[in-house]
Design a protein around this ligand. Structure first.
Ligand code: DHB
Ligand code: FE
Length: 282
């Protein structure tokens, strides 16, 4: 049974908001007036249609207004958007790709994780719990050629479902690393299998989930960004066959091509899996 995560919405929300802001800034440089007009007008028109169709009351309107205010106060806009909206943006962005499938980035990526050699263990605590996992593979171009020194950035939750830098009491770079593949594009990463991730239940998004009768879970996953010069970076996630919530991810981000099937290997409870990445040309 996975540990229940409590009291984390405000803290992880604030950290996710700050992380996003530091990478994105707050303006919209180069915004195309016409495009903003079209998209915002259509969004509002769709909202107006819903109100008319469902005869939305003042009580409901005010409940929505209060909830939206709370999403901001809890710092949960990154969480809300990445769980319920990002997967469609990714679907559209992925239409032009031939190589490996991508999926959502989510709110917990941090750039510049420590660089690691092609064969390495992710930074982890001495007593890190969880099933040990060797995750290995090769990065190639769509024409099959090996991509020497490809960059494999990996980040994941621990066996209790927590991400370093977004939950208290974890070493800064716990279970985060930037692995540089070898001259054949190969890598071999030692880590542990993460736990399913529960979106914070004590904030605005958690209250939406409870009120709508949904569940707050994402299946266990590894996050990756794989890149090489002259190629399109792919942002993806990998899941575990048979894992809880692989079939009902709250963030709708699972694709059949992204499900791993690790096999027992070596001693004890160790598992091993191979997954190769194919990058599109830039
Ligand atoms: C969220 C968390 C994740 O770990 C993820 O991969 C996607 C979304 C979230 O809490 O919004
Ligand atoms: Fe995640």
């Amino acid at each position: 049974m996975t540990e229940i995560v409590t009291d984390t919405a405000a803290a992880s929300g604030a950290a996710a908001t700050e992380q996003f802001r530091s990478r994105q800034g707050s303006g919209v440089p180069g915004a195309d007036t016409q495009r903003v007009d079209t998209l915002v007008t259509e969004l509002l028109t769709a909202t107006h249609d819903i109100i008319r169709r469902h005869k939305v009351t003042y009580e409901e309107y005010n409940a929505l207004k209060a909830w939206l205010i709370r999403v901001g106060e809890d710092g949960e806009w990154p969480l809300f958007l990445d769980v319920w909206v990002e997967h469609v943006v990714e679907e559209v962005a992925g239409e032009s790709r031939e190589g490996s499938k991508g999926t959502i980035e989510g709110p917990y990526y941090v750039p510049d994780a420590p660089a690691l050699p092609a064969e390495a263990a992710l930074p982890m605590r001495q007593d890190e719990t969880g099933t040990p996992l060797v995750f290995q593979g090769q990065v190639t171009s769509v024409d099959g050629s090996a991509l020497a020194a490809a960059k494999v950035e990996i980040w994941q939750a621990d066996a209790a479902g927590y991400y370093s830098q977004f939950a208290p009491d974890l070493p800064q770079w716990n279970l985060r690393g930037t692995v540089i593949a070898d001259e054949s594009g190969c890598f071999k990463i030692r880590t542990i299998q993460p736990a399913p991730y529960q979106i914070p239940t004590d904030g605005a998004c958690g209250s939406l989930v409870a009120t709508a009768g949904w569940h707050p879970w994402r299946p266990a996953h590894l996050h990756l960004k794989v890149s090489a010069p002259g190629h399109r970076l792919i942002t993806t996630q990998l899941y575990f066959r048979g894992g809880e919530h692989v079939d009902d991810d709250i963030a709708s981000a699972v694709k059949p091509a992204l499900i791993l099937d690790p096999k027992p290997a070596g001693s004890g409870n160790d598992h091993e899996v191979t997954y190769d990445f194919v990058l599109d040309r830039a």
